[in-house]
Write a protein that binds this ligand. Sequence first.
Ligand SMILES: Nc1ncnc2c1ncn2[C@@H]1O[C@H](COP(=O)(O)OP(=O)(O)O)[C@@H](O)[C@H]1O
Ligand SMILES: [Mg+2]
Length: 145
Amino acid sequence: MFKRILLPTDGSELAQRAVLAGIGFAKELGAEVIGMTVVPKFHTFTYKAEMVEETQQEYALHSAQRADQYLAAIGEAASRAGVPCSTEKAVSDDPYQMIISTAHDRHCDLIVMGSHGRRGVKGVLLGSETQKVLVHSSVPVLVYR
Ligand SMILES: Nc1ncnc2c1ncn2[C@@H]1O[C@H](COP(=O)(O)OP(=O)(O)O)[C@@H](O)[C@H]1O
Ligand SMILES: [Mg+2]
C-alpha cells in the first residue's frame, strides 16, 4: 500500500528515532524513502553590513552542513537496511509547509515523523510542526512516539 515514505528530520534524537522506525517500516513494505530536512532562513538582526554579510555566510554554511549530515545519516541507515533512499533539503521558516509540499511534489503516500523534535517533549502533547502537518496534510501521517 505504501510505496514512498517521506521521513522529515530536524536532526534531533526524537526525529532520528522516527527516521529509523520509518526505514524499518519501509523495509517490511518494500517501499522507498525520501529523507528531508528544512533549514531555517537567515534573518538579519544587525545593521552593520559587513558583520551581517560574514555572519550570513557562516550561518548558511553551518546550517547547510548540518542539514547535509542529517541527510547523510538517513542515507546510510537506509543503505544498511537495503531500502532505496533519496534526500531533499529545503529552506523555509515553516517546516510543516515544506514537509507537506515535498510529500506532494515527490508523490509520497505516507509521512513518518516524530511526535516531537528539538524543543522536546516537555509540556506539549505534540510538537508544533507535527500538529500543523496533521492538520493540513492530505497525505497520511504516522506519528512515531
Ligand atoms: N526543520 C525540520 N525539518 C524537517 N522535519 C522537521 C523539522 N522540524 C520538525 N520536523 C519534524 O517534526 C517532528 C516534530 O518536531 P516539532 O513539531 O518541531 O517538535 P518540537 O516542538 O518538539 O521541536 C520531528 O521529529 C521531525 O520529524
Ligand atoms: Mg521543532
